[in-house]
Ligand binder design. Structure first.
Ligand code: PLP
Length: 397
């Protein structure tokens, strides 16, 4: 079956954060939303059928994960990522960000140091600060168009053996890196030596471009597995983040027990009926849909890259290896940090996530979400092109 990713679905009045909250959040009318990591595509048809059948049953009682749920998660990881996981490693969380917050609370104390690698998904810093922990930055290096981990700096930051957690973003949002085995190994060895627990956020693991393969941090070695918690979810892959369902993979029984105890303390014992059902259904039936989605995203990326190269050469595309979020280098527009944000909102009329919110190194960049029908992407790029042309005329006169 051929799935139609060109179809434009009206998302207004669906309580959508991306579409219905855009004006409130950005303070401007008539914006084209290309910001939060949520796709403008419907979930795979078999998943939709599963939810309809379950809704028709009509009783929404307390729910737990059946054996078949765990089997579906394990099969998916094995087939898509050659990653063998065990049922007893799988722990529920009502979303990855809630999971990160619970991990911070369960494994660290107020004032403890937690390291992240900016520019990076901004709720990492938010979760650390909101919990009263100390933020430690290991800023990524940007050299010849490629982002790399600054291992010298990382070693310095970890060497004091007082950094309790490292939150790894793999693949990395927003710079789009799919970390190599060598990079993961170097980082993982340092964390083992320095007694830093690795929390690997792999929510984007299923979205990689041609020639790039995601490697689960936990799968690099048994020792890494025992020193890590991996956050996974079907939400980015199948566009179901509203279901608030994630799985944490925890191979170390002592770490798992601490997490389970903390969940109990919060009374978070049961998942929601649709989250469980759709996760299982997507992992069981969504493979072909995902393959076609990846082709479509690849073509969207080619389209965006060509469009910007030919018509908006003042902006440079940082080539993503994974994720449907593309990091744009806008420094040649010559705008100040907040000016770039205002320019995209007020002149171009597109809602993007401006680079500075991702922390140090994000200034002068912006992030665009290309998981939308080609016509939407084209409209967004056309708006940016028109605004940039006017800006160039103003600068020249
Ligand atoms: C790296 C990363 N982690 C977590 C999330 C959100 O996860 P959840 O919706 O499950 O809390 C996102 C969403 O954009 C993300 O990019």
């Amino acid at each position: 079956m051929k799935y139609d990713f060109n179809r434009v679905v009206n998302r207004y009045d669906t309580a959508s954060v991306k579409w219905d909250e855009v004006e409130k959040r950005f303070g401007e009318k008539d914006l084209l939303p290309m910001w939060v990591a949520d796709m403008d595509f419907m979930v795979p048809p078999p998943v939709l059928d599963a939810i309809k059948r379950r809704a028709e049953h009509g009783i929404m009682g307390y729910t737990s994960q059946p054996e078949s749920y765990f089997d579906a998660v394990m099969d998916w990881m094995e087939k898509r990522h050659k990653w063998t996981i065990k049922k007893e490693w799988i722990y529920f969380s009502p979303g990855v960000v809630p999971g990160l917050n619970m991990i911070i609370q369960a494994f660290t104390s107020p004032g403890d140091k937690i390291l992240i690698q900016p520019p990076v998904y901004y709720p990492f810093a938010g979760s650390i600060i909101n919990n009263g922990r100390q933020l430690v930055y290991n800023q990524l290096l940007f050299e010849d168009g490629l982002y790399k981990i600054d291992f010298n700096d990382l070693f310095k930051k970890l060497a004091g053996k007082d950094v309790k957690l490292l939150i790894l973003c793999s693949p990395h949002n927003p710079v789009g890196r799919v970390w190599s085995k060598e990079e993961l190994a170097e980082l993982g060895d340092m964390c083992l030596d320095c007694q830093t627990l690795v929390v690997s956020d792999e929510i984007h693991c299923d979205i990689t471009y041609e020639n790039y393969v995601h490697i689960p941090f936990c799968a690099v070695s048994d020792e890494f597995g025992k020193n890590s918690i991996t956050c996974t979810a079907p939400s980015k892959t199948f566009n179901m983040p509203g279901l608030q369902t994630a799985n944490l993979i925890i191979p170390n029984p002592a770490i798992a027990e601490t997490y389970a105890r903390y969940m109990k303390k919060l009374g978070l014992l049961r998942p929601n009926v649709f989250g469980i059902l759709l996760t299982e259904s997507a992992y069981r039936c969504g493979s072909k849909w995902l393959d076609q989605l990846l082709e479509y995203l690849q073509q969207n990326l080619v389209f965006l890259t060509g469009y910007i190269r030919d018509r908006i050469p003042q902006i440079k595309v940082v080539k993503p290896e994974g994720t449907y979020l593309v990091w744009l280098d806008c420094r040649d527009l010559g705008l100040g940090v907040k000016q770039l944000e205002q320019f995209m909102l007020k002149q171009a009329k597109v809602a993007l996530d401006d680079g500075y919110i991702f922390g140090p190194g994000g200034e002068g960049f912006t992030r665009i979400n290309i998981a939308c029908p080609r016509s939407t992407l084209e409209e967004g790029l056309r708006r940016i092109e028109t605004a940039v042309k006017k800006l160039s005329v103003m600068n020249d006169s």
